[in-house]
Design a protein around this ligand. Structure first.
Ligand SMILES: [Zn+2]
Ligand SMILES: [Zn+2]
Length: 289
């Protein structure tokens, strides 16, 4: 088995463009936003564009496709107004993810400012259950797997600890038809204090992911190097090899026997033209496939 290597690409101009660009820079898989990640208002997916995207993916062998939810969504908010707004927005995210034929919908678990961590977990679970009551039902929707992403664990942020993610899933899954899994971001993990950069730290972290979340429930990793140091709680992505994880760190991650079947999606900065292609090439070289 070999890892699938992918990258976040833009749907600017047309949905299909994200697939074309991913293939052009050598990716096997890709991630998109289905709307502007910093705006509440989002137009519905044009079915003709979705068909073109699906055709391009088939033609180019691009899989899986992940959708990343809007940054505005805060499912754990202690403001009932913001939580309701987030739940409605996330329901629309689920519907759009299904409409574009996505395999995964990735969301950050949220911020519980003004409440306790336990309340945050309960609210995030409640919001997930409410979001999953979609106006569109059936196979199309239930094919989308919702992945809760770990975070750098900043102040009042859920998901810095793997146990937060497990607790949300445990509370929500029995009450919702959509399947819940997890996405592990390497930069967020390091910043939250999981030492994925060293050999011993990676062994320990992978064992903990398996024990707390179950590796089978983690189909996707976000492959980002980290500007911040171990435990810095800083969510700032660096190019592969240019951060605190480094090339050696990523070589171990990509070649870890338990992670060989996973998809690694880049969310690295594009400061200079071609940086995206370079990061894809670096991951491929380090993975040895
Ligand atoms: Zn990420
Ligand atoms: Zn991040």
């Amino acid at each position: 088995m070999k890892p699938r290597i992918g990258i976040h690409t833009s749907i600017s101009g047309a949905l299909e463009n994200a697939a074309l660009h991913a293939a052009a820079i050598g990716a096997d898989a890709f991630q998109i936003f289905t709307a502007s990640p910093r705006m509440w208002r989002a137009p519905a997916i044009d079915p003709a564009q979705a068909e073109k995207l699906k055709a391009a993916r088939e033609r180019l062998g691009l899989a899986p496709l992940a959708v990343h939810a809007s940054y505005l969504v805060n499912l754990a908010s202690s403001s009932e107004e913001l939580r309701a707004r987030s739940t409605a927005a996330f329901q629309a995210e689920i519907e759009r993810a299904a409409a574009v034929g996505a395999d995964y919908l990735i969301v950050h678990p949220g911020n519980y400012k003004g409440g306790t961590l336990e309340e945050g977990v309960a609210r995030a679970a409640k919001s997930l259950v409410e979001s999953a009551r979609c106006s569109v039902t059936g196979n199309v929707i239930s094919r989308v797997l919702v992945l809760l992403e770990n975070t750098a664990g900043g102040t009042n942020q859920l998901g810095g600890r793997l146990s937060d993610l497990a607790a949300i899933r445990a509370a929500a899954q029995p009450k919702m038809p959509l399947k819940l899994g997890f996405c592990i971001d390497t930069c967020h993990a390091l910043a939250a204090g999981y030492d994925v950069a060293s050999a011993a730290g990676l062994r320990k972290t992978v064992a903990e992911i398996d024990r707390v979340l179950g590796l089978d429930n983690v189909p996707v990793f976000h492959a980002n190097d980290s500007i911040g140091a171990l435990g810095s709680h800083l969510d700032r992505h660096a190019n592969i090899g240019e951060g605190a994880i480094g090339e050696e760190g990523f070589r171990r991650i990509l070649r870890h026997p338990r992670l060989r079947g996973k998809t690694f999606l880049l969310e690295t900065p594009i400061d200079n033209e071609g940086d995206d292609r370079l990061n894809v090439e670096t991951l491929r070289r380090l993975s040895g496939v």
